[in-house]
Design a protein around this ligand. Structure first.
Ligand code: PAF
Length: 285
């Protein structure tokens, strides 16, 4: 596996891969890799001939009081994991390579980015859309792979790709990969490592309470009491606050009170020990 830090070298390497006829899969990440990321790489290898992974802790998607400085950085360890999985190329630019002096462009996706995490993290999805758009233009992948764990992010990226015609000429195809979970059900996240042992144990209440809420919603269609019980269960388990616990249409991500017959998703963001955890699960109509 080749690790590249500059755009010139990336373009030369990608051109070489492409001229050998390889179908290229892109796995964008911010590093601190875990089994969830490695699953994306494996999925990309199943569908493509060569995988380009990126590691870039993107400053523009972090708010002023968020964890940009604390976000774990472990490039050598991550590179070894990607190489062991069979990645062809690791794109690991510095911030000034991605955002050189004079950078003034912002990609902003309305509607789907406005509620849920967008409401409590202003500017977050502009940062995500802008950097992912750049990654697509830099790597020109045939397919790109993202975790469903960040369900709203996936919806924002799909909307951006559709609206900016990113499906052609590069034949992008954006693939959502199901969330990978720990043995107790907690969704894998690079931020789980911030949790103390006690908070980590209590955090397992999140997927359990979500499953319980889904069972209640599927039984009676009405989300309101189930969401109230879910919030109560999280606060009783030691979560400090619940940013949102919402039943939403799975495509528009608009909140709904009842199942409507089209596909729905339960999405939750809650804080424990100062760490904000998110999770989402499908709800059968
Ligand atoms: O999901 C992530 O790790 C990031 O938001 C992404 C898609 C790599 C953009 O920085």
């Amino acid at each position: 596996m080749q690790t590249v830090h500059t755009l010139d070298v990336l373009r030369t390497s990608v051109t070489k891969l492409r001229s050998s006829g390889a179908r290229i899969g892109l796995v964008p990440t911010m590093g601190a890799l875990h089994e969830g990321h490695l699953t994306l790489v494996r999925k990309a290898l199943e569908n493509c001939d060569a995988v380009v992974a990126s590691i870039f802790v993107n400053p523009t998607q972090f708010g002023p009081n968020e964890d940009l400085d604390a976000y774990p950085r472990q490039l050598a360890e991550d590179a070894a994991m990607l190489e062991a999985e069979g990645c062809a190329l690791l794109w690991a630019p510095e911030a000034r390579e991605m955002y050189p002096d004079g950078f003034v462009t912002n990609v902003s996706v309305s509607e789907v980015s406005e509620g849920l995490c967008g409401a409590s993290r202003p500017g977050h999805f502009d940062g995500v859309a802008t950097v992912v758009n750049k990654l697509f233009n830099q790597v020109l992948p045939d397919m790109a792979f993202f975790g469903e764990k960040d369900f709203q992010q996936l919806a924002v990226i799909r909307a951006m790709a559709r609206d900016l015609d990113l499906t052609l000429p590069h034949a992008h195809s954006i693939i959502g990969v199901p969330t990978v979970r720990e043995a107790d059900g907690l969704a894998m996240s690079s931020r789980n490592r911030y949790l103390s042992a006690a908070d980590r144990a209590a955090a397992a209440t999140l997927p359990k309470a979500m499953k319980q809420a889904i069972a209640e919603i599927e039984a009676c269609s009405d989300a309101v009491p189930a969401l109230a019980s879910l919030e109560k269960a999280l606060l009783e388990a030691g979560f400090e606050s619940v940013d949102y616990a919402v039943l939403a249409d799975a495509t528009s991500l608009r909140a709904i009170d009842r199942l409507t017959g089209s596909s729905a998703r339960l999405l939750v963001a809650a804080r424990i020990g100062g760490t904000r955890l998110i999770d989402n699960m499908a709800v059968s109509a």
